[in-house]
Design a protein around this ligand. Structure first.
Ligand SMILES: C[S@@+](CC[C@H](N)C(=O)[O-])C[C@H]1O[C@@H](n2cnc3c(N)ncnc32)[C@H](O)[C@@H]1O
Length: 392
């Protein structure tokens, strides 16, 4: 943990909101007898109804918020992904899209708009969104920007019981609550959050069986024990999400985008401290106990764990590529073909957006796309360039 990251001061309404969230979390800690797991803390500060970061009305996305995601950076992201969705619908003989965690609704607007241009409109575009506030924002954006197609878009309260089609999830797995742990010489300790006289503090407790088993599986997979004192995270929600998705997917293709790495890198000895990051007003720091409810908490994804959970449930890994590789092989050049005809300021803006999406020092390398299919023969062109599945 950093001692005191240099962060801007929240304005008075945000600070008052954060106090309400902190009071809510303190009540949960008291109810639990003095401490809650880090995963519970992360769940409350992000998703407590009407209070959590994703459930309340803070800006979150874009220049006035705390972070930007690829669809918010540029419509080019959604337009290339639309080409890949069209390919995937064609090869799997399906005609629906299911998006998880749709944020502001920007990706849905860009995907449907481009699929219309490609004459490949899905019969239905369904969204599973845990935040009621974001659902309302998505509905408003879609009704404003896609008035002709709004009737095609539906919101679901959870995964459908049975589904054939394309699944899209951009930066959803990193927003799922993670367990934090410390490897001790005599076992695994769970990191918990307690209330130290009005201030949150992390303490260690005996890991519950599921966490000890998850760390044990990681060590077995790595073929070595993690060093004593090693701190990291385990996302047990992501494999559960993939397993549930795989059970409902009859036919189709899944595009999972997120920042993440394979397991060997995730749990490399020199990565003690883990992959949890906090975002507040475009500053990144690593103290999750600050600013409860008004900063975003995210954890990079262990893509090996996600791929293994998918394979375990009978899905096939179609490919694993960086975001830059996905865009370059997936149709970026075709999307930029008309660029020379744009006014020079629009050309400059577009080239700024493309750099942000593709440069290794920006989002090009840290973000990956994992492609999963029901049928092992199915793969789309974006995975054709430099598939890194063997690195998982
Ligand atoms: C970091 S935002 C990304 C939003 C959007 N996909 C984008 O790229 O701009 C995470 C989103 O996932 C949603 N979310 C988190 N967990 C979810 C889950 N289990 N199922 C569906 N949505 C979820 C959040 O409410 C939020 O909309």
């Amino acid at each position: 943990m950093q001692a005191e990251p240099k962060l801007p001061h929240p304005d008075a309404p945000s600070a008052a909101h954060s106090e309400r969230v902190a009071a809510y979390v303190r009540d949960r800690i008291a109810e639990a007898g003095g401490a809650i797991s880090f995963a519970e803390y992360m769940h409350h500060v992000l998703y407590a109804p009407g209070l959590g970061y994703y459930s309340a009305g803070t800006a979150k996305f874009g220049a006035g918020g705390d972070f930007v995601t690829a669809p918010e950076v540029s419509p080019v992201f959604g337009r290339v992904l639309a080409r890949q969705c069209a390919e995937a619908m064609s090869v799997t003989g399906t005609a629906e899209i299911l998006e998880f965690g749709a944020g502001t609704g920007r990706l849905a607007v860009d995907l449907v708009g481009k699929l219309d241009e490609l004459h490949a409109l899905p019969a239905r575009y369904r969204i599973v969104e845990v935040s009621a506030e974001l659902r309302a924002r998505q509905r408003e954006l879609i009704e404003t920007e896609l008035p002709g197609h709004a009737a095609r878009v539906e919101w679901l309260d959870g995964m459908p019981a049975s589904y054939s089609g394309i699944v899209v999830a951009n930066e959803v797995l990193d927003a799922m609550p993670v367990e934090r742990f410390v490897r001790r010489a005599d076992g695994v300790a769970q990191i918990r959050v307690t209330d130290a006289g009005g201030r949150f503090e992390c303490i260690e407790g005996t890991a519950p069986d599921f966490l000890a088993a998850a760390v044990g599986n990681i060590e077995a997979d790595l073929g070595r024990s993690l060093p004593a004192g090693y701190v990291s995270e385990v996302n047990t929600a992501a494999p559960a999400w993939i397993a549930e998705l795989s059970e409902c997917l009859n036919e189709g293709f899944i595009f999972v985008f997120d920042y993440g790495v394979g397991r060997r890198e995730y749990y490399a000895p020199e990565r003690s401290g883990g992959w949890l990051r906090c975002h507040f007003r475009h500053r990144v720091h690593d103290d999750p106990l600050l600013l409860p409810g008004i900063q975003d908490l995210t954890a990079w994804v262990d893509f090996t764990g996600v791929a293994a959970a998918a394979v375990d449930k009978g899905l096939a890994v179609a490919g694993y590529v960086s975001q830059a590789q996905f865009l370059l092989a997936g149709g970026l050049a075709a999307e930029l073909a008309g660029m020379a005809e744009l006014p020079s300021d629009a050309q400059l803006e577009l080239s700024r957006q493309v750099k942000l999406l593709t440069l290794p020092s920006e989002m090009g390398e840290n973000f990956k796309c994992l492609g999963l299919s029901r049928d092992s023969a199915v793969r789309t062109s974006a995975f054709g360039m430099t598939d890194r599945t063997v690195s998982l």
